[in-house]
Design a binder for this molecule. Sequence first.
Ligand SMILES: NC(=O)C1=CN([C@@H]2O[C@H](COP(=O)(O)OP(=O)(O)OC[C@H]3O[C@@H](n4cnc5c(N)ncnc54)[C@H](O)[C@@H]3O)[C@@H](O)[C@H]2O)C=CC1
Ligand SMILES: O=c1[nH]c(=O)c2[nH+]cn([C@@H]3O[C@H](COP(=O)(O)O)[C@@H](O)[C@H]3O)c2[nH]1
Ligand SMILES: [K+]
Length: 501
Amino acid sequence: MDGVLPEDGFSADRLFNQGYSYTYDDVIFLPHYIDFPTDAVNLSTKLTKNIDLYIPCVSSPMDTVTESSMAVAMAALGGIGIIHYNNLPFEQAALIRSAKSRRIPLISDPIFKSPSDSIDSIDEFASSPCVFVTESGNSKSKLLGVVSKSDWESLTDKETPVSDFMLGSPVSAPSKYSFEQAAAFLAAKKLDYVPLVREHDGEVVDLFTTHDVQRIHGYPKLGLPSLGPDGEFMVGAAVGTREQDKERLEHLVKAGANVVVLDSSQGNSIYQIEMIKYVKRTYPELDVIGGNVVTVYQAQNLIQAGADALRVGMGSGSICTTQEVCAAGRGQATAVYKVSSIAEQSGVPVIADGGIANSGHIVKALVLGASTVMMGSFLAGSNEAPGAYDYQDGCRIKKYRGMGSLEAMTKGSDARYLGDTSKLKVAQGVVGAVADKGSVLKFIPYSMQAVKQGFQDLGASSLQSAHDLLRTKVLRLEVRTGAAQVEGGVHNLVSYTKKSF
Ligand SMILES: NC(=O)C1=CN([C@@H]2O[C@H](COP(=O)(O)OP(=O)(O)OC[C@H]3O[C@@H](n4cnc5c(N)ncnc54)[C@H](O)[C@@H]3O)[C@@H](O)[C@H]2O)C=CC1
Ligand SMILES: O=c1[nH]c(=O)c2[nH+]cn([C@@H]3O[C@H](COP(=O)(O)O)[C@@H](O)[C@H]3O)c2[nH]1
Ligand SMILES: [K+]
């Protein structure tokens, strides 16, 4: 066939310069050419200029998303969690320390007693198979013994102090054991559970059980964990831009935070620019993530100030009302593309923050230029998110709230601003709930497999290759009309069930 091929689709450059603010759902990539298998797709990436990740996933610094359990699981998967700062500085530091003292991607809740305590009811065991007895009755002193639930149940006099019937000098394993090492230890010693004890101070860090071994073996195989130079799990932390946040920052650095996120909805401010410079001056080894930004101009200012990565998104989050309340923001697909275009020139990675509802959105964010995605609602219904499950209309749910919701601000202003109640509070977020999703250790690997399939369809075997295909206009896009979006979803069925994996 002679002649020039007819033009097919738009380049990103042309599509995103038409004066429209596009969301992920508005746009669709045209498939390209496949010359490699799905498993050849490499999703390893950069969080910041100096931090590499095995998978492009970051959990949001929100008090219903990231505390120690989420941070541990995200690091074990090869991503990273950012611990929120809606708490007192010492509390945030304790969450970082707790996450960094683990090697196993789960955190149990061991129960402690002192030798003179008794156990009055079976409820005191909660879901634990045992109770640990320490000098002080909490984790922070020497382990003296252990009481198993079955031993307590066979006891006739339940008022006896635990020292009378506990099993003394219990076997323990070092807390630095990896999952494989701890599982092998349980098997070799034929134990049902073992306390994991930190070697340097004897603190009981966790309880590890055969049930945990079975659970983790049931999940897809973990990739390479995110470990810092200290060999511990990498953990990030959020911090504000107020004067008192400098003191908080000192706590975070002492606790071992590997990276800090300056957590603002509109990051292009004199306050943030000064804070970025302060962080780089005071802790030159610490990477700082600036944001949030959605425009080239905002991005340029933070890059110039020294940001090691940019967090992109304003009003795109599932719990966000910023665009309604403040009339500022941008469609997330446009924001990610525009900011990535300028950030790439300075080698500054972009985190696409907010609006991720499915694996297709992750593909879109990454191909449009982001190096990682930050997720709130996508992770909030998991076992690893803070808070207990509840039931609503027969559905198992977890609470999920915006950090700019009245509820979160009321809790936080006491902790963050030392009881600053003088200001009028206007919410920029809501309090809601999300459905139970099980463990991130299970659904993130499946989501990453789906992302790899998306990359394969586009002929991109890595993030760099996707970014190159987009910039060189090889990869084409189109805007989906309302009808095209309906057609792209499930339609015209009387009923259906959707099970993704
Ligand atoms: N990504 C998004 O679209 C949005 C996110 N959020 C989340 O809600 C939380 C709160 O966000 P923001 O209200 O933007 O928090 P923020 O603490 O950055 O800003 C609150 C107010 O304090 C001011 N401020 C900050 N530093 C200051 C200083 N040193 N001196 C004087 N004034 C200063 C800011 O200009 C702003 O008016 C964050 O967790 C954020 O991520 C909230 C709204 C939108
Ligand atoms: O307008 C807002 N009001 C809020 O109260 C709020 N809280 C969090 N965020 C931002 O939303 C992101 C999470 O969004 P998703 O649930 O869509 O993942 C987060 O990562 C934040 O960027 C907020 N935005
Ligand atoms: K929104």
